[in-house]
Design a protein around this ligand. Sequence first.
Ligand code: PLP
Length: 386
Amino acid sequence: MTLYLDYAASTPVDPQVAEAMDRVLRSDLLQANPAARHARGRAARACVEAARLDVARLIGAAGEEIIWTSGATESNNLAVIGAARFRAGRGRHLVTCVTEHPSVTAAFRHLATQGFAVTWLEPGIDGILPPEQVAAALRPDTTVVSVMHVNNETGVVQDVAAIGALCRSRGVLFHVDAVQAAGRERIDAREQGIDLLSLSAHKMYGPKGVGALYVSMDTARRVEPLLFGGGQERGMRPGTVATHQVVGMGVAARLAGEHLTADSAGIRLLRDELWTRLGDLPGVLLNGHPTRRACHILNVSVIGVEGESLLYGLRDLAVSAGSACASGDGEPSAVLRCLGRSDELARSSVRFSLGRGNTLADVDCAADRFSAAVAHLRRLSPATPG
Ligand SMILES: *Cc1c(COP(=O)(O)O)cnc(C)c1O
């Protein structure tokens, strides 16, 4: 059995989520289109709206500020492209950070081909983007800033409240990809000055294929739709709402809120114990800020070890590696390159991400296998750790 330490890539569905989804799928009453005006439509709609409230509560929003999507890739595209287009009459300058998720960076790259100017900010080698750097990038024609809350590769936490306050004061829309923060860091969209915020159910023990975008009720903060059809979701996201999916996301959000403190404290302890073990090995470097990281992620690079071989040595662990990024193109992680790591060190990186299912025994096992794999590879190659 491979040991699962890849919670940042996807989390297992919580049994309570599965039960709630199963109830919807098996209920005669709830099969109607939630937009339908008859009694059965109303019943389905009641479930959808209850779930909306649960998601809203997790991020300090109101129910009507939540738009259902197919996942955070869509939420990020809708937020970035939709907001830039909605505000194009006022300006065409956008600001984001090079370490954002591909669903954000690719959306900005697309806009750059459509007559928008994009400023790409680079964080420091600890992964932190100082708010002053965002301030310095703002121009009179800046309309949208997008900075993620918790980085999916390193776990680094950005000061979204400071950036939000700054954007507010300059009348700039602020979008936050909060996928990795949900259930791990406190989120309060209103208090943190966030206008648009993306969530994904399957990163917080919900089902794959459903996400949400928070769009502040202020009409000046709308987004142009990317899809065209019916008037669902305040006209910003047409299509029949998938009742069972959003009900699953609602339960996941409720559990994320309930478990926030205990979950993150417990997982942080395990994660720190893992680093205590790995950090003792020669030539193992921590990627990202030493303390300003969310509870669940530990990203390390190993000096003098080849990435592919390391991954092979760790084949009994379900982890992510810098040499095997999502696209599988073998390119070293852009996020780690930006933190000043060489191609080689970026390729020899391993991301451990922990979750509710992990125990101290898992940490022991992972640390043992990791040290055995590194020791083995070092014996094979004479390169000495520096
Ligand atoms: C997983 C992830 C996404 C994409 O979410 P999907 O629902 O899988 O499309 C976006 N941003 C971050 C930070 C992620 O970790």
